[in-house]
Design a protein. Structure first.
Length: 365
């Protein structure tokens, strides 16, 4: 009986030892390479969905119900085209009332007309002689001359009656509001958004539609800020090449730097490409390639070393794993160009296993 217990204990001990030894030998074996800086022509490859460079919201200046349907998304419009109408009946009624008030006020302010008769400058008629002799009065003279068709002169014309300024100003405001009830396209382009299709209600100061122009198109890319001078030099030296491609067609464009006033680590650049024939579809993903033709300091490591999108595993002197986030500029011939995230002498794992994790100890081959 004692012998059986002893054998059982011995077996358990051996099993535990075997498991321990097995655990010790389970550390993954990896290959590493030392990161060494080199100078290579800077090339950036990435993917982006282009957007319209120019868009314009259509903002109504009047609130009210629509009496015509707005255009659908995708409709092509020209600057000045009527897009929709807002019910202006209440403003028309106000305008009519104001016009009546102005007319009444003008009529009340108009002066009465007066007329007088005057003899010619030189009058040698019998009536004039009788008037001089005092035989007839001026009234009789005027009456006789009037019957004979003497000159009748109207009193100097009075100034036109002026309507009250407040009424005129109010009418002008209402007429402007009526004109604003017809909403027109501020630019030529394509309707890309419709916000009032369901409600048929326009709100003053809020966008009703959005119009975009499909040429040129633009896409944003991020480039390490330390390369800003390199990009400027490439422009000056005319060595910069910027392309957008869908895999079969290639379109050439230009690069426009955006402000980086806060000293961010990366600078945003806009890739701008003309699209006169609408060959580039806004919202679709395209490949962007930027070739500077300028040599820059970088690290070249095998593409197989990249974990996920932009992580690299390195090992320290104790063979413990550390994970580093890197900035990948381009992928060429099985190697990637690393602009940021590695240091000279880092031991980069070139064949990281899927089970690799931060802090794990590995065997370096």
């Amino acid at each position: 009986m004692k012998m059986k217990k002893w054998m059982a204990c011995a077996a358990a001990f051996c099993l535990s030892a075997a498991m321990l030894l097995s655990g010790c030998g389970s550390r993954p074996s990896v290959h590493v390479m030392k990161a060494e800086q080199s100078r290579e022509p800077f090339t950036l490859e990435t993917k982006a969905a282009p957007e319209a460079l120019h868009t314009a919201p259509v903002i109504s200046q009047v609130s009210g119900n629509l009496i015509s349907n707005p255009p659908d998304v995708g409709t092509v419009v020209n600057a000045g085209d009527e897009l929709f109408k807002i019910d202006s009946s209440q403003y028309e009624s106000q305008a009519a009332a104001l016009r009546s008030q102005i007319a009444a006020a003008s009529q009340a302010a108009a002066p009465a007309h007066s007329y007088s008769y005057s003899a010619p400058a030189v009058d040698d008629s019998l009536e004039a002689s009788l008037l001089k002799q005092g035989i007839i009065t001026r009234a009789e003279y005027d009456r006789i001359k009037g019957r004979k068709g003497g000159a009748v002169q109207a009193a100097p014309a009075a100034e036109p009656a002026q309507a009250p300024a407040q009424l005129v100003a109010s009418l002008q405001t209402i007429e402007k509001t009526i004109a604003n009830c017809t909403v027109r396209a501020p630019i030529s382009g394509v309707i890309s958004q419709v916000y009032i299709g369901d409600t048929h209600l326009a709100m003053a100061g809020k966008p009703s539609l959005v119009i975009r122009q499909d040429s040129p198109v633009t896409a944003s890319v991020q480039i390490p800020a330390k390369l800003d001078n390199v990009m400027e030099k490439a422009k000056d030296d005319k060595t910069l090449t910027v392309t957008m491609s869908d895999g079969s067609e290639v379109w050439y464009g230009e690069l426009k730097k955006q402000p980086n006033e806060n000293g961010e680590k990366f600078t945003t650049y806009k890739v701008q490409v003309d699209n006169p024939d609408d060959e580039i579809t806004i919202g679709n993903e395209y490949s962007i390639r930027i070739e500077s033709g300028q040599n820059v300091s970088c690290f070249m490591i095998p593409k197989s070393a990249i974990i996920g999108d932009s992580t690299v595993a390195v090992v320290n002197d104790d063979n413990l794993v550390d994970m580093k986030s890197v900035s990948i500029a381009s992928d060429t011939g099985g190697y990637v160009l690393i602009m940021d995230g590695l240091a000279e002498g880092d031991r980069v794992i070139t064949d990281p296993p899927k089970s690799l994790d931060m802090g794990m100890q590995v065997d370096v081959k």
